[in-house]
Structure formats: structure tokens, C-alpha cells
Ligand binder design. Structure first.
Ligand code: PLP
Length: 409
């Protein structure tokens, strides 16, 4: 693109696309491969947020590209979900239910995370005949009305009220508080096993097993929101596998489609049978789109074939160690390093977070802030990240912190 085309693209974006954050965009993206994003002016950036937990196998992995081209040449959309048996849908559902534990043998495929959350809420209400939900402080589950109702931040919820009633928020990690509100009208407790937008918060080891027990004792379903945490992000297929629990419903999206839009919620066939009464209790036009499913099957095979679960755990542990060393060198700026696998975060003084994020971008590394955790910077590169790319990232982080220390920012 020549400079005029670049400026015209920025103008067009500003004029014709709905703006949800103020300000004209600074970068026009022309390509993305592996961990690298290329802008129209020829600059290269390391993507250390994976397009927000999507590019786990890297951007435009050749095997995903091939699978998409092959499936597109066969057919894309043929009919609304559930009318025909479509091999790509069967393939991805079989793979997911093969790695999911404990009877989670059935998948409903959607297009996005929030849509899968909506489906899981409907399923929990229909199956239990109850109305209420229990969710967690700092939790985030999406922007459509049902998902918004169970998402914590009042600032995002209040302008859109009235939302779902009968939702209680309790502190993440607090079993006593959860025990007080889960009752005979609770359809489900919904939890991110590791909170994403809440700041990559890993709970104590007794929290999820305790929550599982409370739900079992009181007849409520346990929904695990794995939209950010699945597909190797935390070193496992699902982050809840870090504890000895099996949720009743598991929701995923983001990395599932290998870069294409695909979500899913998993449960037992027995729980899902409630959607047959009456028939068509739940439906979507594009959910489980065959091209997205073909991309997802390719991404799944890459995660297995390139051993990316182990890579996430090992590289994540190494990166965390290096972040801790950086924290020791800059204790006045970094107050915490957290996370699991290649799903990490650091806490900075809130007023310095955006200046540091911008400085890192200027130096060629993309990181980002979090919706529900002021001062936290997300660090979640593709699981295919190379050792040399980790070196560049640490170098840029330290250079940016040095720029703050020397008063240049
Ligand atoms: C934990 C969690 N759940 C649900 C969602 C919503 O997913 P989507 O943006 O695909 O609707 C998100 C999005 O960031 C998320 O992080």
C-alpha cells in the first residue's frame, strides 16, 4: 500500500466503522504470520497477546490456510446448524470430546464466545428448571445481554440494564461467599478457572474442587468458561485440568477456530437432550461453520503434532522466570508476575500502564491492558513462540522500563 492508501484506510476505518474506543488507528495491518504482524509501512511487530488468546498456533499457520482453502473449495455454508451431518463439524466435535474428561461427550458449535456462553446459560436453565446464576468479581463472559448479566464490571453492565435478574457476584476464590449464595434456585455457577480479563488470576488449589462440591451438593451446574483458557493457553487442553474437577458445561471459543470464528459448549448427551424438548430449542445459522470447523481441526492437529501443550508449559515457565528477574530489577514498577503456561501478566502502576504498552509497541512488541484489572499487562504470545522472540520481548520490556526510569516517558 502506498502512503495515500494507508491514510485513506485509516480515514475509512474512522468514518465508516463503529468506534468503541476513541481515536484514529495508528497501524494498518497487511500481513500476519506466526508471532509477527506486519504493518503497511513495512514495520514488523511481535504479537505478544495472540490477537487476545486466538492465535495459539500462530497467525496463518500453513496447515490452517490449506484446510480453509480445501474446505472452501468443497462448500462453506450449506444449511442451518443441525440439518445435515457435516464431516468438519463431526471431526472437531470428536476431537474435543476425545480430550475432554468425564462424560463431556457432546458439543454444540457456535460462532463466538459470547454466543456459546448464552447457549450454556439457556442449557443450564432448561436442564435444571432454575433461574439464578452465581458469577465472580472481576469475571468477564462477553457483551451480549445474557453474558453481560454475569460479567462483573458495573460500568459495562449498567448502561444496558435491565439485564438478567437473579445474578449474584462473589469474590473469586472465596468458597464461603459462594456457599452462602448457591441455593435451590441456582441454575449454574459460572467461573473462569483462571480469570483472564480479571488479570490472569490463578485461584488457590482448594477453590475449584470446593466449588464443584457446592454445586453437586445443591443441584446447580458448574459452567467453566474456557473461552480464553482452552487450547493450550495454560499448558492443558482446558485450564480446569490443572485441578481434579469435571465441570458440567465447558465453554470455549477464541483459539478453537485456529483464527476463524468458532465457539462451542460441551456437556453430557444427557444434559443436551433437554434441547430436544421441544425440538429446535436452540439454533444458529452460522454456528459450526464448516470452514471454521476445518480450520479448527487443523489447529487441533497442530497443537497435538507440534506438542504445543508441553511447549506452553515449558516456555511459559521460562518466560515467567525471566519476568520475575525483570521484576527484581525494576521493583519500583513491576509489583507482581502471575500466570500459568503462556498465559502471563505483570502489574504496573496504573498510570504507567498505557505509556509502557505504547512504548513497547513503538519498539515492536504488542502487549495490552485488561478489561477488569487496572494496571495489569497481558503477556500471552502464540504457543509457537521461538526462544529468540522471547529474548526480543524481554529486551523491549526492559528498554521500555529503563525509558521510564530515566524520565524519557
Ligand atoms: C473468558 C471470556 N469469556 C467470553 C468471552 C467472549 O468471547 P467473544 O469475544 O468471542 O464473544 C471472552 C472474550 O474476551 C472471554 O475472555
Amino acid at each position: 500500500m502506498d502512503p495515500d492508501e494507508v491514510e485513506s484506510c485509516k480515514d475509512g476505518f474512522f468514518q465508516h466503522l463503529a468506534q468503541t474506543v476513541p481515536g484514529r488507528k495508528e497501524l494498518v495491518v497487511t500481513e500476519a504470520r506466526g508471532c509477527t504482524i506486519k504493518s503497511a509501512d513495512g514495520r514488523l511487530f511481535l504479537d505478544f497477546i495472540s490477537g487476545i488468546a486466538v492465535a495459539n498456533v500462530g497467525h496463518s499457520h500453513p496447515k490452517v490456510v490449506q484446510a480453509v482453502q480445501d474446505q472452501m473449495a468443497r462448500y462453506a455454508h450449506v444449511n442451518v446448524y443441525g440439518r445435515f451431518a457435516l464431516p468438519p463439524q463431526v471431526e472437531i466435535a470428536s476431537r474435543l470430546t476425545r480430550v475432554a474428561p468425564g462424560g463431556l461427550n457432546t458439543a454444540y458449535l457456535t460462532s463466538t464466545g459470547t454466543e456459546a456462553i448464552e447457549g450454556s446459560l439457556k442449557l443450564a436453565r432448561k436442564y435444571t428448571g432454575r433461574k439464578g446464576f452465581v458469577a465472580f468479581e472481576r469475571g468477564f463472559h462477553g457483551r451480549t445481554l445474557g453474558s453481560l448479566s454475569i460479567s462483573w464490571k458495573a460500568q459495562y453492565r449498567e448502561p444496558f440494564e435491565p439485564l438478567l435478574e437473579n445474578v449474584d457476584f462473589v469474590p473469586f476464590g472465596d468458597l464461603d461467599a459462594a456457599g452462602e449464595v448457591v441455593n435451590h434456585d441456582t441454575a449454574a455457577v459460572i467461573v473462569e478457572p483462571i480469570q483472564g480479563e480479571g488479570g490472569v488470576r490463578v485461584p488457590n488449589d482448594d477453590f475449584l474442587p470446593g466449588l464443584r462440591q457446592i454445586c453437586t451438593d445443591r443441584g446447580a451446574l458448574l459452567i467453566a468458561d474456557e473461552v480464553q483458557g482452552a487450547m493450550g493457553r495454560a499448558g492443558k487442553w482446558f485450564s480446569f485440568e490443572l485441578w481434579d474437577i469435571v465441570p458440567d458445561i465447558v465453554v470455549l471459543a477464541k483459539a478453537l477456530g485456529g483464527g476463524l470464528p468458532l465457539g462451542a459448549f460441551l456437556a453430557t448427551g444427557e444434559i443436551f437432550s433437554t434441547f430436544l424438548d421441544p425440538p429446535l430449542s436452540h439454533l444458529t445459522t452460522f454456528g459450526g461453520n464448516p470452514v471454521s470447523c476445518a480450520a479448527a481441526v487443523a489447529a487441533f492437529d497442530i497443537i497435538e503434532g507440534e506438542d504445543l501443550l508441553a511447549a506452553s508449559e515449558e516456555k511459559g515457565a521460562e518466560l515467567k522466570r525471566r519476568l520475575e528477574t525483570t521484576m527484581a530489577q525494576f521493583p519500583e514498577y513491576i509489583s507482581d508476575v502471575r500466570g500459568q503456561g503462556l498465559w502471563l501478566a505483570i502489574d504496573l502502576p496504573p498510570d504507567l500502564t498505557m505509556p509502557i504498552v505504547k512504548e513497547m509497541e513503538r519498539r515492536g512488541v504488542i502487549v495490552g491492558s485488561m478489561l477488569n484489572s487496572d494496571g495489569t499487562v497481558r503477556i500471552a504470545p502464540p504457543l509457537v513462540v521461538a526462544e529468540a522472540e522471547l529474548d526480543v520481548f524481554i529486551g523491549v520490556l526492559r528498554a521500555s522500563l529503563l525509558a521510564v526510569r530515566s524520565g524519557k516517558l
